[in-house]
Design a protein around this ligand. Structure first.
Ligand code: FAD
Ligand code: FES
Length: 326
């Protein structure tokens, strides 16, 4: 059974909508395409149902897959050498690069000769004309295969862009309308530059509290300095710096709080917001960098399911966010 409730889709109104889920009667945004008699989408953009009918009930072709030349590969200097992590720059078509500037943008990367099961979702940190920059931590089978391809062949297959890397009931366009606090730890720092760039270029402000996490280093400092973003490196602390974060939130300066880290970090920050709220203080709205497991990123494989919704497509609201704590 598909979920009965509609949620906004990251792809609605894009070149990739309607997608194959519409053909299958499983569109996450349109109740009519799921076989209901009435529309409950609440979406004021292009009507997915209309688009599907006028396209002759055909899905759009889906994302471009290209083979990209690696133009720069830099080993990140970790304090431990139990696994490697790299900054990678690669050449991609300028249209693909341009659509990777939205906060939460990511691509799927895999070795040239590998099948799609090797696709790894990787956040886009920065975009230049005709190129993207990413950071990859090589720990499991897919990222190890990717590491070999990067080192030996200097080529990777790139599929994208996707936008569901920043989740929660906060629309990106609102992020520049107030001060934002970002708590970033470990590899999830990679999602922060695109968020910071988006907010800064719209005149918004943000502060980043960054911690090394299991990766062992903070690697986004240079980019944040270039973007004129205030940041602070958090030391390792027994309370996981929740006291420091609580002090920052309690200043009342922030309209949004973004958690870039693991599921347990998201949970800890949601609990912290509950405590702050119980103390009678106004709490910022909460968004989180997706920690979900993703394989296809197109709503098919189901590896990203949260509360019955597909996290690679659906923008979660507060009701789904509660399931983070489950
Ligand atoms: C939207 C999105 C954006 C992402 N962006 C990035 C990014 O920018 N950079 C990046 O590196 N990753 C990123 N990830 C995570 C990355 O996609 C996964 O880590 C990757 O798919 C893991 O595949 P794998 O087969 O290499 O590891 P798996 O075996 O599937 O590992 C799963 C998890 O376990 C951890 N792990 C694996 N082996 C070990 C071990 N021996 N000890 C401890 N932990 C271990 C991995 O770090 C990973 O978190 C992102 C994920 C999503 C959904
Ligand atoms: S990653 Fe395949 S359904 Fe979401």
């Amino acid at each position: 059974m598909p979920p009965t409730k509609s949620l906004p889709c990251f792809d609605a109104g894009s070149d990739y909508c309607p997608c194959v889920l519409a053909e299958l009667g499983r569109c996450i945004a349109c109740s009519m395409l799921r076989g209901n008699d009435t529309c409950d989408c609440g979406w004021s953009g292009l009507c997915v149902y209309d688009e599907f009918l006028s396209a002759g009930k055909q899905a759009k072709p889906g994302r471009e897959q290209i083979t990209a030349q690696v133009t720069a590969l830099t080993l990140l200097e970790r304090p431990r050498d139990d696994y490697k992590a790299y900054l990678v720059e690669m050449a991609v078509p300028s249209n693909m690069a341009a659509w990777c500037t939205l906060p939460g943008s990511f691509v799927l990367l895999r070795p040239e000769a590998a099948r799609e099961m090797f696709n790894v979702p990787i956040s886009v940190m920065e975009v230049s004309e005709g190129g993207i920059k990413v950071a990859v931590e090589c720990r499991g089978p897919k990222t190890t295969a990717l590491e070999r391809a990067l080192l030996q062949h200097k080529k990777v297959v790139v599929t994208g862009p996707f936008w569901s890397g920043l989740q929660g009931p906060v629309h990106p366009s609102t992020l520049a309308q107030g001060n934002t606090l970002v708590v970033a730890k470990g590899m999830a720092q990679a999602a922060v530059p695109s968020i910071a760039g988006y907010i800064r270029c719209r005149g918004g402000n943000l502060k980043v509290l960054a911690g090394p996490g299991t990766l062992g280093l903070v690697f986004i400092g240079d980019i944040l300095t270039r973007l004129n973003v205030e940041y602070e490196i958090m030391p390792r602390a027994d309370d996981r710096n929740l006291g420091r974060i609580s002090d920052e939130i309690s200043t009342g300066r922030y309209r949004f709080l973004i958690s870039a880290g693991s599921k347990s970090q998201h949970q800890a920050l949601l609990n912290l917001l509950d405590t702050v709220s119980a103390a009678g203080m106004q709490v910022p709205r909460f968004a989180w960098v997706s920690h979900l497991t993703m394989a296809c990123a197109e709503g098919i494989c189901g590896s990203c399911l949260l509360a019955g919704f597909r996290g690679c497509k659906a923008r979660f609201d507060e009701s789904v966010q509660v399931h983070l704590l489950g």
